[in-house]
Structure formats: structure tokens, C-alpha cells
Write a protein that binds this ligand. Structure first.
Ligand code: BTN
Length: 242
């Protein structure tokens, strides 16, 4: 396995995309940066991370041989990989906040940005992962925390990285073997607010109540509303508040 270690880059996802355009790259090649000057989050947000304190990396996975019909399964498999890796480090109360924020004790400790490389069909994927490991101050981000905030332990970044990579390989093999249902079931089991009375906010800022029931293979969130009707929502349509 090849790990490209950088002191700084704009975004490891962007670096890896440029790199694969010029080089033949093997599966699980990782680009790791101590610092990103343009770290990117989901839906055009910014991902900030204190230099050298956390993990900011991107991983390559070729999908041309084992084609995945529904890319959301990759997202589910990656969330589960991180969950398993962090569980092995005894990080408590881990949940996946749909679609793929990783929470511990209701605080976001990890974000995932998956960017697919599509030519005529889905060719490969760039899996960007930001784990808050040893940073302790998150000014202006009350819902964020690090592993160190949660447990008081200072972690070796390489150790956390290698645990995540190894779990990623495990879950990729599940997908390659066609165990889609197992991945979806485990993902749904670990969802934040699953089967609990919850509050959501739509794009207009309206709040509504319901129960998180699961996801569709397209990655939509299924919510049972108070009147018993099940509705499906896209990522851009709602946010789970609590
Ligand atoms: C999110 O929660 O909004 C997703 C955050 C993803 C951040 C990681 S850090 C490494 C990789 N490079 C980026 O620019 N973004 C991802």
C-alpha cells in the first residue's frame, strides 16, 4: 500500500484527483496531508483542521472491475469502516449521522467527502476522510469534538490511520462479494436517532418531527412522520437536528 505524505496541499481529494490523472494508481493509495489550505466538506462547506493534530487524507479505490451499481453503498461501507476502527480504539457511543458524519457522544468527530470519478461510467472513487484526533479547541463549532476531547487520550495518528485503512479493506471486500444487504443493515443499525422521536429542519428552516427508519439504496433518508406516512428525503432537503 502506498501512502503519499505531504506537509501541505490545497485538499487531499483534489491532490489525489490530479495524481490519478497522471499516474497508474493501486487500490487504497492514500494521500495524507499535515495541512490543507482548501479543505473541502460536503455541499461546498469548508473543512478546517489544526495542522498536524488530526487526520486529513484521501484514499483511491478503483471501481472498474467490481462495479457498484448504487454508489451510496460505498458511502455506507466507509462510514462503517471508520466506526469499526474507532470502536477498536475504545471510542464510546459511536453513531453515523446520515449520510456519513461520524459522531461520538453526539459530537462530530469525523467527516467524509466521497467524490466519484466518472468517465462513461463510474470508474473509481476518491474517499476523503477528516478525523478530529488530537485537536482540543473547536471555536465556533459547538457540535464538533476530537477523539482526545472524548477520551482524554493523545492518539498516534499513524495508528488511527492504519486501523481505518485496514477496516476499509474489510468492508470493500464485503461489497465486492455482493453483501450489499449486510452493509445496509449494519449502517441502518448504527444510524444516529434510529427509531427515536427526532426533530428535522428543511431547507426553508421549518422544523418537523418524525422517526428515522433507514435509507434507500440511493441514499435517501426514510422518515416516518407523525401521521405515520413514510417520506424519503435527499441530502439537500433536510438536516437531522436531534
Ligand atoms: C464533511 O463532513 O463535510 C466532509 C469533510 C471531509 C474532509 C476531508 S479532509 C480530507 C479530504 N480532503 C478534503 O478536502 N476533504 C476531505
Amino acid at each position: 500500500m502506498h501512502i503519499i505524505k505531504l506537509n501541505a496541499t490545497d485538499s487531499t481529494n483534489s491532490y489525489l484527483r490530479r495524481y490519478i490523472a497522471k499516474n497508474k494508481v493501486e487500490d487504497y493509495t492514500v494521500v495524507l496531508a499535515k495541512k490543507q489550505t482548501n479543505g473541502r466538506g460536503q455541499m461546498g462547506t469548508v473543512w478546517s483542521s489544526e495542522t498536524s493534530k488530526n487526520l486529513t487524507f484521501s484514499m483511491f479505490k478503483d471501481l472498474s472491475v467490481h462495479y457498484v451499481e448504487f454508489p451510496f453503498y460505498i458511502s455506507m461501507a466507509i462510514s462503517l469502516s471508520i466506526l469499526k476502527a474507532l470502536k477498536s480504539l475504545n471510542i464510546p457511543d459511536l453513531k453515523i449521522k446520515w449520510p456519513n458524519d461520524i459522531l461520538s457522544e453526539n459530537k462530530k468527530i469525523c467527516g467524509i467527502l466521497i467524490e466519484n470519478v466518472i468517465k462513461n461510467k463510474l470508474e473509481s472513487t476518491i474517499i476523503g476522510i477528516g478525523v478530529n484526533v488530537n485537536q482540543t479547541k473547536f471555536n465556533g463549532l459547538p457540535k464538533a469534538a476530537s477523539l482526545k476531547n472524548i477520551t482524554g487520550v493523545h492518539y498516534d495518528l499513524d495508528e488511527v490511520l492504519h486501523r481505518i485503512i485496514s477496516c476499509t479493506k474489510e468492508y470493500s471486500t464485503l461489497l465486492q462479494n455482493g453483501d450489499y444487504d449486510a452493509v445496509k443493515k449494519e449502517y441502518e443499525y448504527n444510524l444516529f436517532r434510529k427509531d427515536k422521536p427526532s426533530t428535522f429542519k428543511d431547507t426553508k428552516g421549518n422544523m418537523f418531527s418524525g422517526f428515522v427508519k433507514g435509507v434507500t439504496k440511493y441514499g435517501k433518508l426514510m422518515i416516518t412522520l407523525e401521521d405515520g406516512v413514510v417520506k424519503k428525503f435527499d441530502l439537500k432537503e433536510i438536516e437531522i437536528l436531534y
